[in-house]
Each structure stands twice: as structure tokens, then as C-alpha cells.
Design a protein. Structure first.
Length: 268
């Protein structure tokens, strides 16, 4: 996602012209269009999910790949339909994700092992995203791409640190890959999944509200600016730490606090 967001501000290709495109979203001129990060995310998430789950569950690989292709295609078509991207935007975004997946797939296991075993993992996850966000390409006007990028990197960093904490202090053994059949949906499974979702989303929302208020209030006080000053909150010295701390806390709570709460409530 960082590659896609930075590429937008370096290439500076505009959104499709309207007319002939009918724009169904209002935030069309807030950022550039090439490549489509929605297409990148949809392609990366769907295909890596299939590839990562084939060792865990017994299902036809071709069926999984067809489902991933269908999902990513729907997302790409929706971006064209809403007037946010051209066909070239979504094609390039999808191809970039495919290329990155092919390049990174052989070293997935090595990276996963390092993420949960290396004592430097938390430091790496904190320092590298912050360096990238503070050195984000500067534009002549404000664009939400830096804030969106910081949000994504912060949430990812918090989640990885959460996995590291789980392995180091909560479960000190790596879970061996075991092949399971995909279970049939029963009322009990559906109710348990619904309860897990409600508990998880509740924790995430509470975490976001608390950390957002505390972080933003502290930063505005430190830099002596008003909480109502939107321009000040868009400055890099406030926006980056505020977004990063808020969403890394969400990633951390989602991977550590929520599973512990599920276990405490017996939601398995």
C-alpha cells in the first residue's frame, strides 16, 4: 500500500475527467489516480489469503483462485463504475500486487518466523513505518494520501507487534500447520462468530476513540494549537504521530486484547 500511495503522488496522474465519466464519489480531486490502491489491496488480500490458507484447510486450489479473481475483479470494476479510476489505473494496481506477491511468496515463511521470534521486531515495526511516513513525498497542496498511508502502516505495525507479543509471552510455541476440512455452518458456529465480531468491533471502536482523543489532545497541547484547527492537524508533526499511534493501538488491541477477551468469555 505504501508503494501504491507514494506512486500516486510521484506520478501525479489525475482522476478520470468528468464528463464523460460520471463521478459517484465526492473525494475525486483530493488525490491522484495512478495506480488504484483499491485494486492493489483487493488483489493482494484475496490471492494471498488463498495461498496462505491452502495448507490450513482442504479446499480446491482452483476454486479458491477463482474466488479471489472474482472478488478482485468486482472491486476493480466498482472503482471504474464510480468514476474514481480508469481501466489502466486498476490494471496497473492489480499487476503491481501480483508482481509483489510472486516475488515475496518464496520468503513468506522466513518473514513470518522473523516477525514472531526476532527481538528486534517491535523496534523495526515502530521505526521503519514512522521514517517512511515522515519522509512521504511533499505536495503543493494537502492530500489525504499521507494520512491514509500512515493509518495503514500503523495498523499493520500494531498487528505485527501483537503477533510478536502473543508468541513471546502468551503462546510461546509456533502453531504447526495442520490441514483441516472447512467446517459446515451451524447455528452454534454462526452465533459464536457473531459474538466474536461484536466483541471485537466493540473493543476496536473503544480503543480508537480513547487513543484518538488522548493522542490528539496531547499533540495539540504540545504544539500549542487548537483542537478545532483543521489546518494544524494536517501538519506532518501532528498528523503522522496521531494517525500512527491511534491505528497501531487498534492493530495491537485486535491481535492481543480481543483474542484474550474471546478466551475469557469462552467464545470458541
Amino acid at each position: 500500500m505504501y508503494i501504491g500511495q507514494v506512486s500516486k503522488d510521484l506520478l501525479k496522474w489525475p482522476r478520470p475527467c468528468s464528463p464523460p465519466v460520471i463521478k459517484l464519489e465526492e473525494r475525486t480531486t483530493a488525490e491522484y489516480g495512478m495506480p488504484s490502491t483499491h485494486a492493489m489491496a483487493a488483489t493482494a488480500i484475496s490471492f494471498t489469503f488463498v495461498l496462505a490458507s491452502t495448507d490450513q484447510y482442504k479446499f480446491p486450489l482452483m476454486l479458491g483462485l477463482m474466488g479471489a479473481f472474482f472478488f478482485s475483479t468486482l472491486v476493480c470494476l466498482s472503482r471504474i463504475y464510480t468514476g474514481m479510476h480508469t481501466v489502466l489505473d486498476v490494471m496497473v494496481g492489480s499487476l503491481v500486487s501480483v508482481l509483489l506477491t510472486v516475488v515475496m511468496y518464496p520468503v513468506w515463511d522466513v518473514i513470518d518466523h522473523l516477525m514472531v521470534t526476532s527481538p528486534l521486531c517491535p523496534v523495526f515495526c515502530i521505526v521503519v513505518p514512522l521514517v517512511l511516513c515522515y519522509n512521504y513525498p511533499k505536495l503543493d497542496y494537502y492530500s489525504p494520501t499521507r494520512a491514509d498511508t500512515t493509518t495503514i502502516l500503523g495498523a499493520g505495525a500494531g498487528a505485527i507487534i501483537g503477533f510478536w507479543i502473543n508468541h513471546q509471552y502468551i503462546s510461546n510455541t509456533l502453531i504447526e500447520a495442520v490441514s483441516h476440512s472447512v467446517p459446515f455452518f451451524t447455528n452454534e458456529i454462526l452465533l459464536t462468530a457473531l459474538a466474536q465480531f461484536l466483541v471485537g468491533i466493540g473493543v476496536v471502536l473503544v480503543t480508537r476513540q480513547i487513543i484518538k482523543n488522548v493522542t490528539l489532545t496531547s499533540l495539540c497541547f504540545w504544539y500549542d494549537v487548537s483542537m478545532d484547527d483543521c489546518g494544524a492537524k494536517q501538519q506532518v508533526n501532528i498528523e503522522v504521530p496521531y494517525k500512527y499511534i491511534t491505528y497501531s493501538s487498534i492493530g495491537l488491541s485486535a491481535t492481543v486484547l480481543v483474542p484474550l477477551l474471546h478466551r475469557f468469555l469462552g467464545l470458541y
